[in-house]
Design a protein. Structure first.
Length: 116
């Protein structure tokens, strides 16, 4: 009876040791993943777009594209047109306009990614 009790205890110890080793390995992997994600965030931050489309601008400030086009028409937001897309071209808005609109409190719900 005593041998059986010892084998159960040692078996439980082995399983516990395996679980602890697995958890330690997972912690290391998560730390590595966090480091890689930080690097990716930094890289993407360096490659931010200096001009945004109406749709991108609208998404960044939590408004509808229709609203942004009206703001452009009403001269509340400065935009410029580039050729090559459609008969009238494509409207682009400088990132500085995004920062100005956010600073003026005109953004509905601004995601933190837009502020980077």
């Amino acid at each position: 009876m005593n041998l059986q009790s010892e084998s159960i205890t040692s078996s439980a110890d082995v399983e516990r040791h395996d679980v602890v080793a697995l958890l330690q390995h997972l912690v290391i992997l998560l730390q590595h993943l966090g480091t890689r994600l930080d690097g990716l965030h930094e890289l993407l931050g360096q490659r931010r777009k200096e001009q945004l489309t109406v749709e991108e601008f609208a998404e960044a400030v939590g408004r509808a594209p229709f609203t942004i086009r009206r703001w452009i028409k009403d001269k509340k937001v400065n935009a410029f047109r580039v050729g090559g897309t459609g008969a009238r071209g494509r409207l682009l808005i400088a990132r500085q306009e995004l920062e100005r609109v956010i600073a003026n409190g005109q953004g509905e719900c601004v995601p933190t990614a837009a502020l980077d």
